[in-house]
Design a protein around this ligand. Structure first.
Ligand code: M6R
Length: 359
């Protein structure tokens, strides 16, 4: 039930700190041990490549997961859109492991791939929010998101839950392989910090609403840019914005804009930059300058340690591997308020269904 909330989406955004704590409790001991099926860990850590199969927001969570798994567990990860993989299967490695990411566990495009994978007798894991869902029943293993029902068509808490569960899995795999970087990654502490930091971002709703009025009123298009994990979040931020507010939005790798897309920048085009990565932050700033000098109206979302006084939204510092969990939150709220401002139904955007059960 949405209680006093005007829309499920806002309630689900607000629930994210609690979901982070729930995942921590469900999967981690205070000592940092991960409660994950040993057989799954064995099978996954002995594979030579993980193939993440997903659609939409779940695929964006997959990109962040790739970074975390490769860093902590040292296993190469490829991300594939289910609808592409189904008909255009890449050359597989010798010992592949398939990881299906699906909030609903019912997405037809993903199921079609799982059916093929099962025919080929490869091992698989579904990470889903719905126990007993089709993808869960048909995969070798399942991990649950513990996010509680997500009703709004725009996925919010499932995205952050997917990243958090992928982080648990990555740590467990890294520990299984005796990797110091995984053992030293204090995920109980880091997820706790993420939860309180999310609360502080969520308490900035008024500011975010004002920024939406200042930057997105009457605009037909908008760009999110970033590098590395900030690029992955940009893709998700743009999907959220276009899906419910109908503003044509694109998420770009900041350095790629100048290879064509910069031609679209006009006087007043909103360009939102995400800066949480120490190594690439200054480069993204350079790209923001480039578009500004061509008339773009730039808005910067930066983590505290990298922020400048002129930045519009400042995020508390969190572990760099987990920064997506926090930087996505203001972008969810930006999409929400842009939609409210335009008078559309936030929870039920046109042409879309919560789970896409047709191919
Ligand atoms: O249930 P799934 O995670 O498999 O759904 C995948 C996409 O359909 C879904 O994430 C979609 O992109 C969302 N509506 C985005 O907010």
């Amino acid at each position: 039930e949405k209680g006093t909330y005007p829309y499920y989406m806002l309630k689900e955004v607000d629930e994210q700190p609690a979901v982070m704590r729930k995942i921590s409790q469900a999967y981690l001991s205070q000592q940092g041990d991960c409660q994950i099926d040993e057989a799954l860990l064995k099978e996954m850590s002995s594979s030579d490549r993980i193939y993440i199969i997903a659609c939409g927001t779940s695929s964006h969570a997959g990109w962040v997961g790739k970074k975390i798994i490769e860093t902590l567990a040292n296993i190469p990860v490829e991300i594939h859109l289910s609808s592409e993989f189904g008909y255009n299967m890449p050359l597989l490695s010798e010992k592949p492991f398939f990881l299906f990411l699906s909030q609903s566990g019912e997405t037809a495009d993903s199921r079609q791939v799982l059916v093929k994978i099962n025919e080929l007798t490869y091992p698989s894991l579904t990470i889903t929010n719905v126990a007993g869902s089709t993808l869960s029943r048909e995969a070798t293993y399942t991990l649950l998101l513990h996010a509680g029902p997500e009703i709004a068509v725009a996925s919010t808490k499932a995205y952050t839950a997917q990243i958090a569960v992928l982080a648990v899995l990555a740590k467990a795999l890294g520990q299984q392989k005796n990797r110091l970087v995984a053992k030293e990654f204090n995920l109980v502490h880091e997820l706790g910090l993420i939860a309180t930091s999310m609360e502080s971002v969520i308490s900035e709703k008024e500011l975010i609403q004002q920024l939406v009025t200042a930057y997105l009123t009457d605009t037909r298009n908008a760009f999110y840019i970033g590098r590395g994990v900030d690029y992955y979040v940009s893709m998700e931020a743009a999907l959220k914005l276009k899906e419910i507010s109908y503003i044509q939005a694109e998420g770009f790798a900041a350095g790629e804009l100048k290879h064509g897309t910069i031609a679209l920048i006009e006087e007043g085009t909103p360009v939102l930059g995400i800066i949480t990565d120490e190594i690439t932050g200054s480069h993204t700033r350079g790209n923001l300058k480039e578009v500004e000098s061509r008339g773009a109206h730039t808005l910067v979302i930066a983590s505290e340690g990298l922020a400048r006084p002129t930045d519009q939204l400042i995020l508390p510092n969190v572990h760099p591997l987990l920064s997506a969990l926090l930087s996505v939150v203001p972008t969810q709220l930006i999409a929400y308020y842009a939609t409210l401002q335009r008078g559309y139904d936030v929870d039920k955007p046109r042409n879309l269904a919560k789970s896409v059960t047709v191919e």
